[in-house]
Write a protein that binds this ligand. Sequence first.
Ligand SMILES: *[C@@H]1O[C@H](CO)[C@@H](O)[C@H](O)[C@H]1NC(C)=O
Ligand SMILES: [Fe+2]
Length: 430
Amino acid sequence: MGANLMLFIFLFLSIISSFRADYVRPQPRQTLHFPRNPKSSSQPHQVHISLAGDKHMRVTWITKVHSAPSYVEYGTSPGEYTSVSQGESTSYSYIFYKSGKIHHTVIGPLKAGTLYYYRCGGEGSEFQLKTPPSQFPITFSVAGDLGQTGWTKSTLEHIDLCKYDVHLLPGDLSYADYLQYRWDTFGELVEPLASTRPWMVTQGNHEKEDLLIFKAPFDSYNARWKMPFEESGSSSNLYYSFEVAGTHVIMLGSYTDYDESSDQYAWLKADLAKVDRERTPWLVVLFHVPWYNSNKAHQGEGASMMAAMEPLLYTAGADIVISGHVHAYERSKRVYAGKSDPCGAVHITIGDGGNREGLAHKYNLQPEWSVFREASFGHGELKMVNLTHAFWSWHRNDDDEPVKSDQAWITSLVSSGCVTQKNHQLKKFR
Ligand SMILES: *[C@@H]1O[C@H](CO)[C@@H](O)[C@H](O)[C@H]1NC(C)=O
Ligand SMILES: [Fe+2]
């Protein structure tokens, strides 16, 4: 009798839930399992590349052997390396863990929109990379809070299909969370993509890994994911900027000081003053903790950074602000100071790359500025078409298919006159 009643309730609930929505959200997937020692010796592991100043690219890889050299040979034909660059290396240890030798080698000058073949430290397989175009159009792929689960794998497969030029990652990469070998497995997982297109990242809470005297915050992240901070006049790997094909991209740190007396604030102000909207009409900013978020998860966590820095970004005419942290997707209208504003930025939260913590399903009432929100894993694509138009789309992982679920044309603040209007205010930065 009890069993029949249970069955009835179960059937009843399934029927009810099947009427509620046509899309059934998938469950979180397990963390992937990797062999612990896939390769040995001085073979390059975990190869990834990043933009390193005008016409240059940084190649990063790890070798088990600490005597392995840090040079990169490269050229535009397979197996014919016409150039070679020497690099630097670092390593770190943490309690019983000792990292391999982490090599960082800047190559260039490189031609835009060109396929290069390269080899790391004279060993192992040949890799290929494509440099971004020098002019519009350019496509950025976007995904935050990646982790290394079955969902991460499916997100990465979809990103790989989208013919992007540069990947943007607004924090929370490996979810190593103090288990250092997970940084290594993450490095192997993303290598097929990150060795062929530049991956530009900023850090989230899962990169912090600080522990009393044993570990300084962001140690492992800084050693493994060196970004072009020196090239952009910053004194910290936690915030930097780069320019590519008409777009100035600023990466900020949500977990480092940001108030008016901080180094990050001073650097941001100086960097914004350098932006030339004729050379780079688009201004895009990324950091981990969203300022505009109507999900119940992490509600209000970005408020103090927003209070300190939003006026600067508004005055500078930031077009698009991308963040992660909340494991869901949300897109806003152009907003400023909590309200829609035609000269504000479009805010996008995209912390749904596929990490093991699962999705953030609970929402507050939808605010006036919120256009679209959904708790599903997926990735974004941002195509800067020309100086006036960009096309944004968000692709949900529907089982293992990417399904375009939200899309919008974004017109630039340069074309709407907002930037000219603000020019007199901008002068006080200089
Ligand atoms: C920019 O791209 C948009 C969308 O494709 C198009 O409508 C517009 O005419 C283009 N503008 C210029 C100046 O080419
Ligand atoms: Fe986070």
